[in-house]
Design a protein around this ligand. Structure first.
Ligand code: AMP
Length: 285
């Protein structure tokens, strides 16, 4: 596996592979890798492309009171993991490499960034879209892989690629979970054992919502009430949001008739967890 923190060196590596006819796949991450990230690598490997995995904790997407400085980092462990997983090149730039001077040019994906995590974290998706388009320009991938764990992020990137005519196929990958249902996240290491126990209520409440929908419930408000009720009864977490939204454009939903995103964000102390489920409705139920 090639490994570099320099843009020029990475570009040389990629140019060489491209000249051999290889397609290039990009897997952007913030590191402290787990099986969720490795699922993206697995999917990328299936395409036969040359896989570039980036690790960069992007300061631009963290708010002033968020966890940028304490975000977990372990480059050596990550490097061993991705090497074993079959990544071809690991790109781990410093902040100075990515932002040699204060950035004044941003990409903003309107509408999608005003709800859910966008409403709770002003500027977050602007930071995400901006660093992702920088990574796209550096790597010029044919394919890019994003987890549905961050479903809103996936929609933002998909829309940016479409609006700006970027010749990149954006590939979504299903959420990878612990045995008890908790979605894997680098931030899970911050949970106390009590919080870790309680955190399974996120996936449990999503499963309950799914059962309700399958049984014929079509009111988005009823589903949201049930989610809130269960979460507040079964854990000490503070709900940031628990919402049913249109799965394509995140618009508000009253009666569920099309695929919906059921999305949660819950704070356990200073650790904020998100989870979601996409649900299709059977028009005959
Ligand atoms: P992060 O390092 O948290 O920025 O995540 C990098 C990529 O991995 C994003 O596309 C995430 O959606 C994806 N990812 C993170 N956790 C999971 C998970 N549990 N299942 C699937 N994808 C994930």
């Amino acid at each position: 596996m090639k490994r570099t923190s320099h843009i020029t060196e990475l570009r040389e590596i990629i140019t060489m592979e491209r000249s051999r006819g290889r397609k290039i796949a990009l897997v952007p991450t913030m590191g402290y890798l787990h099986r969720g990230h490795l699922a993206l690598v697995e999917r990328a490997k299936q395409t036969g492309a040359f896989i570039v995995l980036s690790i960069f904790v992007n300061p631009l997407q963290f708010g002033p009171n968020e966890d940028y400085s304490r975000y977990p980092r372990d480059l050596e462990r990550d490097s061993n993991l991705v090497k074993a997983a079959g990544v071809d090149a690991l790109f781990h730039p410093t902040s100075e490499e990515m932002y040699p001077r204060p950035i004044v040019t941003y990409v903003e994906v309107g509408q999608l960034d005003t709800v859910l995590c966008g409403a709770m974290r002003p500027g977050h998706f602007r930071g995400v879209a901006t660093v992702v388009i920088k990574l796209f320009n550096i790597v010029q991938p044919d394919l890019a892989f994003f987890g549905q764990k961050d479903y809103q992020q996936y929609l933002v990137i998909r829309r940016m690629v479409s609006d700006l005519n970027l010749p990149i196929e954006v590939c979504p990958v299903a959420i990878v979970r612990e045995e008890d249902g908790l979605a894997l996240s680098s931030r899970n290491v911050f949970l106390t054992s009590e919080q870790r126990q309680e955190a399974k209520v996120l996936s449990q409440s999503l499963n309950e919502a799914e059962t309700c929908l399958r049984a014929g419930e079509r009111s988005a408000r009823v589903i949201e009430e049930q989610l809130r009720d269960r979460i507040s009864r079964q854990c000490h977490g503070i709900i940031d949001y628990a919402e049913v939204r249109d799965a394509e454009d995140l618009s508000e939903v009253t009666i569920i008739e099309r695929p919906v995103l059921i999305a949660l964000a819950v704070k356990f102390g200073s650790t904020r967890l998100i989870d979601n489920k996409i649900m299709e409705v059977d028009p005959h139920v």
